[in-house]
Design a protein around this ligand. Structure first.
Ligand code: T4K
Length: 382
């Protein structure tokens, strides 16, 4: 396809959102709803919950998995299950949920810089921040790019730290064939509507340790052991039957969504790779692509064109891109003057000012993706 177009592109007649939830066959969902109606069982580990639990365990390859009502609550519960109370070294280049979960546990997030290529937490920066109060590292596999799990593992072993991964973007990811959640002490996935696999709201925790998942199961259900024993100060983190049923239906058809996203990705890559002013954020070869986001970077060294210009100009054309993840969490009022920000974070700042998530989901037609590429080509080269 011709990479440059001469005339200005026309706005789309409807918004093209950064993402849209995949909706499974409605009749299949209604069948499951009918079974919920006849069971009259709406939450607290019903049949749909158990069906989704088993299906995900085999689909993802995890023995120990706990379904949750969302990933934020999941992170809070995971940190509690590991009894983290001191400092947790984490990345500022993430969704607010990541440091907030640490803060809700009355622990202190401490922001490390990121690796400028992978965009994930930089192991060297982690080492520079370790103090006698450090108890854990919380890495985020941002956009589906795995953290440097081996380096993090070594640091954790050397200093006796726990490792938690925010796995909100890595549904199905394998790193050199190993399911990504096998690394660290615990990983938490999000099943929010904006995720490739979703239950409208939901999530799960996985861990190599059956004992830790047992604790998470306990903490997500008020700490109730049985009718007469409550052994821990738990919360309510349960996934209900209507959402679990939706998840079962989405999982049955997730391959369709993956194929469609692969089609969209191929068009973007073929059309945008030739624009010198744009860098495509790529998933490293050793990892499978979770196809969660498609992100480009507009390097600030490019004169005349900034990420914000591209974002605003595309919005005029009804192309709704998002600046995931700007602003950095380290700039939020709650953190910026606190013990959380101890070192300059230049690489994270530069990434946050340059990234742009483009519309990326299976319902986009080829023509729409080409239209987005036409608009970007025009704006970047005019
Ligand atoms: N860790 C990381 C690294 C995360 O990225 C997230 C969540 C979490 C933890 C926490 O996971 P959860 O506790 O949510 O399970 C959205 C999502 O709400 C959020 O889950 C996600 N990350 C984040 C990256 O994106 P917003 O504030 O950008 O959402 P919103 O409402 O602007 O939606 C984005 C677009 O999606 C809309 O422009 C249109 C489309 N959309 C959205 C919804 C909800 C639809 O078409 N239909 C819908 O039903 O946060």
């Amino acid at each position: 396809t011709e990479p440059f177009m001469k005339s200005p592109p026309k706005p789309f007649p409807y918004p093209l959102y950064v993402t849209r939830p995949f909706l499974p066959d409605l009749a299949r969902y209604q069948e499951r709803l009918a079974s919920i109606w006849s069971d009259r069982w709406l939450t607290n580990k019903g049949r749909q919950h158990d069906a989704l639990h088993d299906a995900l365990r085999s689909f993802l390859g995890y023995d120990n998995l706990s379904l949750l009502n969302n990933a934020t609550q999941g992170l809070c519960i995971a940190l509690k299950a590991l009894d983290i109370q001191g400092e947790v070294i984490t990345t500022p280049f993430t969704f607010p949920a990541t440091p907030h979960a640490i803060s809700w546990n009355n622990a202190t997030p401490v922001f490390a810089d990121i690796d400028s290529r992978r965009l994930t937490i930089d192991p060297q920066s982690i080492e520079s921040l370790i103090s006698p109060r450090t108890e854990a590292i919380l890495g985020v596999h941002v956009y589906g790019i795995p953290c440097d799990v081996e380096a993090i593992d070594q640091i954790a072993k050397r200093h006796g730290l726990k490792v938690i991964y925010d796995a909100a973007h890595v549904f199905g990811t394998r790193l050199n064939q190993t399911p990504i959640g096998q690394f660290g002490d615990v990983s938490v996935f999000s099943f929010h509507a904006t995720k490739l696999f979703h239950t409208a709201e939901g999530g799960c925790a996985v861990s190599p340790s059956p004992a830790l998942i047992k604790t998470i199961d306990l903490l997500k259900n008020f700490g109730i052991e049985d009718e007469e024993n409550v052994s821990a100060p738990g919360v309510n983190g349960k996934l209900n039957e209507l959402q679990a049923a939706l998840g079962c239906c989405v999982l049955e058809e997730v391959q369709t969504e993956l194929l469609s996203r692969q089609r969209v990705l191929s068009i973007y890559q073929a059309r945008l790779a030739s624009i010198a002013e744009l860098e495509l954020v790529r998933i490293p070869g050793e990892a499978s692509n979770s196809l969660q986001y498609f992100v480009v970077r507009v390097p600030s060294r490019v004169t005349g064109i900034s990420r914000d210009y591209l974002h605003n100009a595309l919005r005029q054309l009804n192309i709704v891109t998002r600046k995931y993840f700007f602003p950095l969490c380290s700039t939020f009022p709650h953190y910026r003057n606190s013990l959380s920000v101890r070192i300059p974070l230049p690489k994270a700042e530069s990434a946050a000012s340059e990234v742009l998530a483009l519309p990326f989901h299976g319902q986009l037609t080829d023509d729409e993706v080409h239209g987005i590429c036409d608009a970007i080509s025009y704006l970047m080269t005019k």
